[in-house]
Design a protein around this ligand. Sequence first.
Ligand SMILES: [Zn+2]
Length: 164
Amino acid sequence: MTGVVTASRIVELLRGLNGELAPDAQAIIRTRRDERLVDWTSFPHRPSCDLPGLPVGQTRDFRYSTDAADGLHAHVFDDGRVEFHLDLVDGCGNPVAHGLQETEIVKGTLIGLAVAGFIAIIAKNPRAALSLLGVGGTAGAAIGARVPRRTPVVYPLAELLRSR
Ligand SMILES: [Zn+2]
């Protein structure tokens, strides 16, 4: 049973798990860089891109485009852990749509604008209000872009294979 889990099998497993989870949850398959169950040679020699993901302590990000609109995203940690998840929109193909899909950037911007607007109304200063709206929207977007939209649910690979 060495090297049986290919990159496309990981994509299949993640699609299946995500289908079983609530829409606001995101399946993560956890393994290790030295896991012999994984056929590491099945991954493309070079990732599609290494656009950094939301920081969860990873040291590297690898992204692989799939046969669909989604993308396989690997977080590699210092201690040898590797965690895979699927991005609904491939971060390499369409980084903007990816950011909108995977983060709370829109909600963050709206909250930032709302807070700034509220302060501006209280301040009764239209000129300050305009600049506050810009600051609020930008700050809100920056915060929102760092907040993942879906709650991670972690599946250790070896256990997952036993249960399937
Ligand atoms: Zn991702």
